[in-house]
Design a binder for this molecule. Structure first.
Ligand code: ZN
Ligand code: FE
Length: 277
């Protein structure tokens, strides 16, 4: 499987999930039609043949994840639009209403819906497996590289449980998330764990990628467990930084990290691509 990130809006990623050896793909979270159509056209020139979009996968109903669905349906005649069952009526042109754990196949891939409520009640991750290859997961606005989404419709308990579900995937699983928030996430993380060396390395790498105008996706479950503060509630340094008491439940600890992130404002500007001179 080949995953192509498509930058959309100011910091969103849609994705093309291409079945190797075929001209078929799926589109994940089309924020808007234009950039996705351009990415499809670019793939065509690279391979010499056009890609057919077989389906659209939506991680949740927010407009910056479904804003391009209707354009792709009308321009390309896409007939399958997947989302979680509870998003019925909220995802435009939805045709497939998935339940937790439900799987379907696409070319040689098996795609499994994982219900991960918290950011929204109908949030779903798509876990993609193909033979012996490392799995990949599209996490939408639930797990970001180095962070997690805001809790709009769920509770801290729900969001914490959902992040744990994603974190329980095999360590090699590659993570493709809905936004390029990595650098600001790492800045916040570094305020909680200033001596975490894995975090420092990941932060340097993210800055290098952003200066080159490259995406920081994919991450891996293994690296998130080592760097993402929302998955590091066992860190003594993090607990001290937030005055977390050992008697608190994991969901309460998680809520403290989320509350601190909600009010965190990075002081310096993030890395910008170098302008060629
Ligand atoms: Zn969202
Ligand atoms: Fe979003």
């Amino acid at each position: 499987m080949l995953t192509v990130p498509v930058p959309c809006l100011s910091d969103n990623y849609a994705y093309l999930l291409i079945a190797p050896g075929t001209n078929e793909c799926m589109v994940v979270d089309p924020s808007e039609g234009g950039p996705v159509l351009s990415a499809l056209a670019q793939q065509k020139t690279r391979d010499g043949r056009a890609l057919t979009v077989k389906a659209i996968l939506c991680t949740h109903h927010h407009h910056d994840h479904v804003g391009g669905v209707e354009a792709l349906v009308s321009e390309l005649g896409v007939t399958s639009v997947y989302g979680y069952e509870a998003d019925r009526g909220r995802i435009p042109a939805q045709t497939h209403f998935l339940t937790d754990g439900e799987s379907f196949t696409f070319a040689n891939m098996t795609i499994t819906a994982m219900h991960i409520p918290g950011h929204t009640t109908g949030a779903v991750a798509y876990v993609v497996r193909e033979g012996a290859a490392d799995p990949i997961v599209f996490t939408g606005d639930t797990l970001f590289i180095g962070g997690c989404g805001r809790i709009f419709e769920g509770t801290p308990e729900m969001m914490h449980a959902s992040l744990q579900k994603v974190a329980a995937l095999p360590k090699e699983t590659r993570i493709y998330c809905g936004h390029e928030y990595t650098e600001s996430n790492y800045r916040f993380a570094a305020t909680l764990e200033p001596t975490n060396l894995r975090l420092q390395k990941a932060r340097e790498r993210a800055a290098t990628e952003r200066r080159a105008n490259n995406p920081t996706v994919p991450g891996t479950v293994e690296e998130e467990l080592a760097t993402n503060p929302f998955l590091r509630l066992d860190s003594a340094e993090l607990r001290k930084a937030l005055a977390i008491d050992a008697a608190e439940t994991p969901a309460q600890m998680f809520a403290k990290v989320r509350a601190a992130k909600d009010v965190f404002r990075p002081s310096a500007p993030l890395s910008q691509p170098r302008v060629p001179t």
